[in-house]
Design a protein around this ligand. Structure first.
Ligand code: PHE
Length: 347
């Protein structure tokens, strides 16, 4: 057998140890020297079996020293790799408390919700109570009780989404106006009262820049003794001053027809951009049409069994989208209902 050059072997071991960078490499290194089957040290021990006692002693001693040396070095290497790993982690996870913060995106309520809440707040500040009714309505509350005869055009299939009578029975529809809440409330409550009712309504119309099949209305109804158009006008003027945040706002009435009020009026608000001078927003008229109103028709009070010799009432209804379009300068109602955040983020 050839002489074993332990010095050379030790140098090789040292070089290998230098190049080790991972725990996995340490394990491979350990197996290379200590594996029972093919480890370098075992091979040495096997190969010296047939040698003279002296040689055996000499090589055995060297082999043993080498073994202890390698075992020690492995432990040292393992420990130093562990420390290095921890140091790296500290470096990676270090928190720089002087770094500028990340911007947090916070949303906001939808412009229509904003107008609804603001309107309700204003009416509440005037002592109004919030009332509500169902979106799936009966023919009675949406039409009959509001003095809208069967022949009235708004009963036409063009305007109303009727529910399938085979499925839900006859006379059910998606309410076309929040006025449907009027009689519902009056049946259960005795006058005097003042209510405000925001809600969704539905109409079977072709959708375009100023029409949607679904939109929001806000309705107000007051029933008390000695009510007149003067009360209606002053309540509306105060309401619009607050809603449009302008003390100079005025309201005007134009005669109109709604079956459930008498007299009925169209409500115009002075153009808040030009204050009546005439501008593109008001199409040079100085006024903006904003809703319908009137004195509650005696037949409607009758439907709710309210004594018309004692009580009178006024009602007002407006479309929320229309107010939002005017207030925010939005030219197409459909923009409020699409999912394009570029539109909503502007408010
Ligand atoms: N409900 C009517 C509409 O939708 C508006 C209205 C409400 C008119 C109250 C008069 C009184 O057009």
């Amino acid at each position: 057998m050839k002489d074993i050059d332990f010095d050379k072997l030790k140098k090789e071991v040292e070089a290998e140890l230098q190049s080790i960078k991972t725990q996995e490499e340490i394990e491979n290194f350990r197996l290379k020297y200590f594996s029972r089957k093919s480890g370098v040290l075992n091979d040495i021990l096997k190969s010296i079996k047939g040698l003279s006692i002296e040689k055996k002693k000499e090589y055995g001693k060297f082999a043993n020293q080498l073994k202890i040396y390698i075992e020690n070095e492995i432990e040292i290497k393992k420990e130093s790799l562990k420390m290095e790993h921890i140091k790296n982690l500290e470096e990676e996870e270090k928190i720089d408390i002087t770094a500028p913060g990340k911007k947090v995106f916070s949303g906001h309520i939808h412009p229509l919700t904003h107008i609804i809440r603001k309107s309700v707040d204003i009416f509440e500040s005037m002592g109004f109570e919030v009332a509500s009714g169902p979106e799936v309505e009966t023919e009675f509350y949406n039409f009959d009780a509001l003095n809208i005869p069967a022949s009235h055009p708004s009963r036409d299939m063009q305007d109303t989404f009727w529910l399938d009578p085979k499925t839900v029975g006859p006379g059910f529809l998606m309410r076309t106006q929040t006025s449907s809440v009027q009689v519902r409330y009056m049946e259960k409550n005795n006058p005097p009262f003042r209510i405000v009712c925001p809600g969704r309504v539905f109409r079977k119309e072709a959708t375009d820049a100023t029409h949607e099949m679904q939109f929001y209305q806000i309705e107000c109804l007051v029933v008390a003794k000695d009510m007149s158009l003067v009360h209606l006008k002053s309540v509306l003027e105060l309401f619009f001053k607050k809603l449009l945040e302008n003390e100079k706002i005025k309201v005007r009435f134009r005669p109109s027809y709604f079956p459930f009020v008498e007299p009925g009026v169209e409500v115009d608000v002075i153009c808040f951009k030009c204050l009546g001078k005439g501008c593109p927003l008001c199409k040079k008229t100085g006024w903006i049409e904003i809703g319908g109103a009137g004195m509650v028709h005696p037949k409607v009070l009758d439907s709710a069994k309210i004594d018309t010799s004692e009580f009178k009432g006024f009602a007002f209804g407006m479309g929320i989208e229309r107010v939002a379009m005017i207030k925010y300068g939005v030219g197409d109602v459909r923009l409020f209902y699409n999912t394009d955040m570029r539109m909503l983020k502007q408010f």
